[in-house]
Every structure is written in structure tokens, then in C-alpha cells.
Design a binder for this molecule. Structure first.
Ligand code: GTQ
Ligand code: FE2
Length: 384
């Protein structure tokens, strides 16, 4: 028997959400069959499920610090803090995320407020956390029994499963921001939580200028030979003090003026907070950085997978995230969704800081995606 060339069957055009097949009774019955069996055909969903690049549901959004602070102050008057509610914290709720208290799909960002003499009770959870202080002082966070002071510009990582409580030892209220991976662990369903003791010991209510963690780990380039085993999976250094961060940024800019390398780009210095034991990010799921953009500088747009949140620490300027541009000043917070270009411009005009620089604290979820080999950015060698 001779076999001729195979006759190509006339193929109907491929179906897709934008090109559905003709709605015949047979097709409708088929779709009802899918629904009965709890099946969803890929062809109606593929554009949403498998886009050509990340399309975040989260949107770029700006929160003005003065509004947050005013509401936190009112909460301080009206809402006590104690066991059950645990913290007087107000979370940024991204308008693209259905009113959930999620700044981005992975990150929680909140303003927390403690009145004079108040204590936020001890607890622990698997969520990784940090505090960053844009103004004020007087609160000590007690992490694993180690009281850590909080002052303007300090960054305090606190890896998951550490016991922690906060207490305000002064006569004034204090506000700061918290960053946690609550939304990430919520969608990953990996959370555990335990209540601690209702009151701290007298030894934990002292208010030293330096925590034990700083005395052990806070010496650049020096690691103790007999450090205790890590209690939790992140940096053993519980406070990164402002004076050190500030000096690192100034030094970068000075070096650049002298013609040496070290800045991200002209007029833009930046540092990443790292674990002194490993050099890795301070927390397994959260990256934290500080950026200084000198007067009149506009940074090159930066795009990466994963999301971040910024807080303006000092200065003023304008920020562009995707198709949004805002004027920002001290304390303002904003979100940068996945794969959305970010750039900052420091205002050339007068500012409340001496140098006229725009100082930005930033945290993001890059460690998650780097660990999973899903991280891409426009500064990769092959940004694709
Ligand atoms: O300070 O322990 O904003 O557990 C959210 C959850 C703060 C805290 C938040 C927390 C904390
Ligand atoms: Fe907590």
C-alpha cells in the first residue's frame, strides 16, 4: 500500500480569551461540564495567569506622613494597647489589593505608636520584621530579652521567632514604622504565633544606650569567636545606628568627588543592611537599603521583580513610580510594585536638611526571589 503525503486537516484558529470559539449548544454544555467537575480551561485564563512580564495588582501609592501621624496620635488617645490586639499599628493598605492591610503582595508596612509609659506585650511569630525610626526616641524594643534603643535613623531587624516586646520609657509618645513579610507568609500559609509573658522582667525594662547585640556584633569587620548560636534565622545585630549609615553614605559621595568608585551612579550613594555573620540580607525575606540622592540629581529608572516600600527620611523631591509622580517630604511612604520603574529626583530648592539631599529608606522582598532564582532587574548583566 502506498502512503501519500498526509493531508493537513483544516485547523480552526487557536482559541483564546480574546478569540473564543463560537458559542454553540455543544460548547456551552462542555463548559458546564468543566464547571461541574471544577475544571478551568487554560485558554480562557492564560493572559492573566501567564503574562509576558509581571503585572502587579498592587499599584504605586503615596501615604503622607503627617496624615498617618495625626491618625496614630488619635489612636494613641482612643485605643489602648494590650494583649490580644498586641500592637497599636496602622498598616498601609494598597488600593490594588482589595482593602487588605498589605502594602504590596508580600510586604506589610505600618506606623506603630506607643504612649508614654506604655508597653506592647511580648509575643513571637514566624513573620520576619524590622523597625525603622524616622523621628523621635524613647522606645526600647526588647528582643530575646535584649533591650534595644530606637532613635531617629536607626534600623532594627528582628528575624522571625524572636520573642519581642516594646516599651516607651519616656514622657512623650513615639511613632516608628514596622516592616514585615506578613502578606507573603499569609499567602504562603506558613505562619505560627505565640503569646509571651504579660510583663517583662525588671532586667529587661532597663534602658541601655547599646543593646547586648550591638556590643557583641556591632564592630565593623569583627566577628566574635564564641558567639552564641543564632536564636533565629537572620542578623544577630539588632540595631544599625544612624551615625554609621550616614557616614557610609557621606564617605561614598566624598570618594566619588575624589574620582573613586563606590556610588551607584553620580550623586546617588546607597548601602544595604547586611548580616555581619554572613554578609547576606538582614532577614531571609526582606532586603533593606538606604539611598542618598544629592541635590539636583535624578536617579536612573530602576525596575525589578518583587515589590518594595520606601520612606523619605530627609529632604524633599519628586518620585516617579510607573505612571505616577509625587512630591515627597520627610516621613512620606510609597510603594513600588513588581516590575514598575522607580526613579527619584532631589529638589534643588531649599529643604529642611543641611545638604539638600533626598534620603530614602527602602525595603523590599528581593531575598525571596533571589533564593528562588526568580529575581530580575534592569541592573542585571542580562536584564532580558
Ligand atoms: O511590633 O511586634 O506592625 O507583630 C505588625 C505585627 C508590628 C510588632 C506590626 C507585629 C508588630
Ligand atoms: Fe510582633
Amino acid at each position: 500500500m502506498t502512503v501519500g503525503p498526509v493531508e493537513p486537516r483544516a485547523k480552526p484558529p487557536a482559541v483564546s480569551a480574546s478569540n473564543p470559539p463560537e458559542a454553540t449548544p455543544a460548547l456551552e454544555a462542555l463548559y458546564r461540564g468543566f464547571a461541574r467537575e471544577l475544571l478551568v480551561p487554560l485558554w480562557t485564563e492564560i493572559g492573566d495567569l501567564m503574562p509576558t512580564h509581571p503585572r502587579s495588582r498592587a499599584v504605586p501609592h503615596l501615604w503622607k506622613w503627617r496624615n498617618l501621624l495625626r491618625l496614630a496620635e488619635q489612636a494613641g488617645e482612643l485605643v489602648p494597647v494590650g494583649r490580644g490586639g498586641e500592637r497599636r499599628a496602622l498598616a498601609l493598605a494598597n488600593p490594588g489589593l482589595d482593602g487588605r492591610p498589605f502594602a504590596t503582595p508580600t510586604l506589610w508596612a505600618a506606623i506603630q505608636y506607643l504612649m508614654p509609659g506604655e508597653d506592647a506585650p511580648e509575643h513571637r511569630h514566624t513573620q520576619h520584621a524590622f523597625r525603622f525610626v524616622v523621628e523621635g526616641s524613647g522606645v526600647w524594643t526588647v528582643v530575646g530579652g535584649d533591650p534595644v534603643p530606637m532613635n531617629r535613623g536607626d534600623f532594627l531587624p528582628q528575624a522571625g521567632w524572636n520573642w519581642h516586646a516594646h516599651h516607651n520609657a519616656t514622657a512623650s509618645p513615639m511613632a516608628w514604622i514596622d516592616g514585615l513579610d506578613i502578606p507573603f507568609q499569609y499567602s504562603a500559609e506558613t505562619q505560627f504565633f505565640e503569646f509571651g509573658r504579660d510583663r517583662l522582667d525588671a532586667a529587661e525594662r532597663i534602658t541601655p544606650e547599646r543593646s547586648r547585640s550591638e556590643r557583641l556584633w556591632g564592630h565593623p569587620g569583627l566577628r566574635p569567636l564564641r558567639a552564641p548560636a543564632a536564636a533565629a534565622p537572620g542578623s544577630p545585630l539588632l540595631s544599625y545606628k544612624w551615625a554609621v549609615t550616614d557616614r557610609a553614605l557621606d564617605d561614598q559621595l566624598e570618594l566619588a568627588k575624589e574620582g573613586h568608585e563606590g556610588v551607584v551612579e553620580p550623586g546617588h550613594a546607597a548601602v544595604r543592611y547586611t548580616d555581619p555573620a554572613t554578609g547576606a540580607d538582614v532577614l531571609p525575606t526582606i532586603r533593606a537599603e538606604f539611598h542618598r540622592v544629592t541635590r539636583g540629581t535624578e536617579t536612573a529608572p530602576f525596575t525589578e521583580t518583587g515589590s518594595s516600600v520606601y520612606q523619605v527620611f530627609d529632604g524633599s523631591g519628586s518620585i516617579t513610580v510607573g505612571d505616577r509622580t509625587w512630591s515627597v517630604t520627610r516621613g512620606d511612604l510609597f510603594t513600588v510594585p513588581s516590575w514598575t520603574p522607580f526613579s527619584a529626583r532631589s529638589e534643588a530648592g531649599t529643604t529642611d536638611s543641611d545638604s539638600g539631599a533626598l534620603d530614602l529608606f527602602r525595603f523590599g522582598d528581593a531575598p525571596i526571589f533571589e533564593a528562588l532564582r526568580l529575581h530580575r532587574s534592569t541592573t542585571d548583566e542580562d536584564p532580558r
